[in-house]
Design a protein around this ligand. Structure first.
Ligand code: GTP
Ligand code: SPV
Ligand code: MN
Length: 610
């Protein structure tokens, strides 16, 4: 092992607490070498990764990476929140004692980076100068170069983010060791993977994956799990799996900001990057702020503020194309330095492809490899219909590459939030949009978000489940306390956001088609919500919120079957009554659920005539 101090000194890493942390884990993991990285090293690291065959060229300054075939999504089963206080155990956080997990992970990581370089990635999950900056600094240690390339796109990376911390010890310790991916027993009873956030020690220990949320520790582990815990422990903020967008009315000059939670692979990226439908484009302009995480706090003016702590987008590739998401396509164009992961790749032309990229697969199979690297042309008849790309294949690009990114996206002060929406893949029951003006009912609605799980987590695709605020896989403390923290933060706002539940995924009971065209047309529902907030429309009261009156929803240029629209704007009371029963049982699991939430539940049940 090289002289750690000499390496850190040469890299201008000055923070003594960080140095001690690096020395400690270098010793345990047994890495042969240490390298401190910054975003300025990206071009060199790309070159090294190309030479090592870890990534492949995918066009002008575009790159392709493939993760191990059993390592292509987050594993919820293997994800754990640990603390030293058993009272932190919730229903969903998979709580274990900190001492047990630290010992376990130290054991697994011992000597596990032998022969490898341990990269030191100092990062910041915020714009510098943000009111929440003190919660945003971290240092990821990883033995995987591809993880460094992804972190360079997803977070602000460089020693400047940790050298001058007001409190030199206030940074998240985030250790990632890849492990021997071919021998980890993924998905079997002998599974060796552990993805642990020791929340009360601000320490993240992930072993056994090189994929996305399992390995890019600034994003999900720090940006969501750790930050949610910090926001609660400090009583200062919320950290949620939310997108964040702005809508400008070019006629009146008004600008609104909307944040919203949808479970993984349920439309956050698409909504946040959306453009106006063509017919409304002269009047409304949508700006992108964030697609996966928002940190929210109460500003001095009594409004709720939000910011995206990330620096990039790790977006679902499937069905991304010029018509569903043209801005996403621009953000991964030649020259953007984007990285594609687990899509199909043509080893002769270096092109990439995924399901829904074009209406049908490329005709000429020559050179095409599926996401596992197997030639498509060699497929047996039994494999003929297998997808070319993994359903959870992704693209990674920086926020600045998104053409409609807001001018002020990197400003530290955040933006005031006018609306909070919840949604998910719900094939029946949930109408297009229902607005909720009462805070407790809004929080209750978020807690009872029920949706179909997706391929973003291993082995759960299609299961209907409750996913509180879309945070189920990322909750770090008990649900009742989480609800209380929400009530506290929003309750402190003197000018409160309006809530709404949206659903782009209602299906026809007979043939299964989506009733709502979705994508860019989703803006129509959001415009109605903002008009309702501003008192320009009044909607129609229902037991579960305010629905748009048919004439209030702007449908200029919309192609939709009138019968479908009718269904989208009505409530199936019988189906909802049944739902209230399910919710009762679901909410009863949670300890210390605030009385205001129970009261909201009873009000909705009563309104439904139960
Ligand atoms: P994570 O990054 O996993 O947290 O997911 P996300 O919520 O950002 O999901 P994303 O926007 O990437 O959407 C995932 C999938 O949903 C893609 O395959 C989209 O094509 C599809 N999708 C998004 N919006 C709509 C919509 O309005 N209607 C329909 N039918 N599908 C949509
Ligand atoms: C999600 O699964 O919700 C994601 C992708 O946003 S990952 O970074 O893998 O968690
Ligand atoms: Mn996500």
């Amino acid at each position: 092992m090289a002289d750690v101090d000499a390496i850190l000194e040469a890299a201008h890493l000055k923070n003594d607490h960080v140095r001690e942390y690096v020395r400690y884990w270098a010793e345990i993991t047994g890495a042969d070498n240490i390298e401190v990285v910054s975003v300025d090293d990206d071009a060199r690291l790309i070159q090294e990764a190309l030479e090592a065959g870890e990534i492949l060229p995918a066009g002008d300054d575009l790159y392709y990476s493939r993760s191990f075939y059993k390592d292509t999504a987050r594993s919820e089963e293997r994800t754990i929140v640990a603390t030293s206080d058993p009272a932190d155990k919730g229903i969903y956080n998979n709580w274990y004692p900190a001492s047990e997990m630290k010992e376990k992970l130290t054991g697994l990581m011992t000597g596990a980076s032998k022969g490898k370089t341990m990269y030191v990635i100092p990062y910041l999950m915020s714009a510098p100068g943000s009111p929440l900056e003190r919660y945003a600094a971290g240092v990821e240690l990883t033995d995987n170069r591809s993880v460094v390339l992804h972190m360079n796109r997803m977070a602000r990376v460089g020693v400047e983010h940790i050298n001058n911390l007001a409190d030199q010890n206030t940074f998240v310790r985030a250790v990632h060791v890849t492990g021997d991916l071919e021998n980890l027993g993924q998905g079997t009873p002998e599974d060796q993977r552990y993805f642990v956030t020791v929340a009360d020690e601000r320490t993240i220990l992930h072993y056994g994956s090189s994929y996305g949320g399992n390995a890019l520790l600034g994003k999900i582990a720090h940006g969501l799990r750790q930050a949610a815990y910090d926001g609660w422990a400090s009583r200062k903020f919320l950290a949620e799996q939310f997108m964040l967008l702005g809508i400008t009315d070019k006629v009146t000059g008004k600008k609104w900001h909307i944040a919203g939670g949808f479970p993984s692979a349920s439309g956050k990226t698409n909504l946040a990057m959306t453009l106006s439908p063509d017919a409304l484009g002269d009047r409304y302009y949508v700006e992108f702020y964030g697609d996966d995480i928002a940190w929210m706090w109460v500003g001095e003016d009594g409004r709720l503020y939000g910011m995206n702590p990330e620096f990039g987008v790790f977006g679902v590739a499937k069905d991304t194309n010029e018509s569903t998401n043209p801005t996403a396509i621009d953000s991964i164009a030649p020259g953007t330095r984007a990285i594609f992961t687990n899509v199909a790749y043509n080893e002769k032309t270096n092109e990439v492809w995924w399901e829904g990229r074009t209406p049908s697969e490329p005709e000429d199979l020559d050179g095409w490899l599926d996401w596992k690297g197997n030639p498509i042309a060699d497929r047996s008849p039994a494999e003929a219909n297998d997808p070319w790309a993994h359903p959870n294949s992704r693209f990674t690009t920086t926020l600045a590459n998104v053409p409609n990114v807001a001018d002020d996206y990197a400003e530290p002060q955040g933006v005031p939030i006018d609306g909070i929406i919840f949604g998910g893949r719900t094939r029946d029951r949930e109408p297009l949009i229902r607005a909720i003006t009462d805070v407790a009912e809004g929080v209750y609605d978020g807690l009872t978000l029920g949706a179909e799980a997706t391929f973003a987590a291993d082995g759960l695709d299609g299961q209907l489940r409750y996913d509180p605020m879309s945070m189920r896989p990322f909750l770090s403390y008990p649900e009742g306390l989480y609800a209380a923290h929400w009530l506290k933060i929003i309750g402190e706002c003197t000018d409160k956001p309006i809530f709404a539940h949206v659903n782009w995924f209602q299906r026809d009971a007979e043939d299964g088609h989506f009733l709502w065209p979705g994508y860019r047309d989703n803006l129509r529902a959001l415009l109605w919500l903002m008009q309702l907030r501003d008192g320009e429309v009044s909607g129609v009261a229902s037991p579960v919120g305010i629905l748009p009156a048919k004439e209030e929803l702007n449908i200029d240029g919309l192609e939709i079957d009138p019968a479908d629209l009718e269904t989208l704007l009505t409530i199936d009371a019988e189906r909802w009554k049944q739902e209230i029963g399910f919710r009762q049982a679901y909410l009863e699991q949670f300890a210390d659920l605030p009385e205001q939430i129970w009261a909201a539940h009873r009000r909705v049940a009563k309104a439904l005539g139960d």
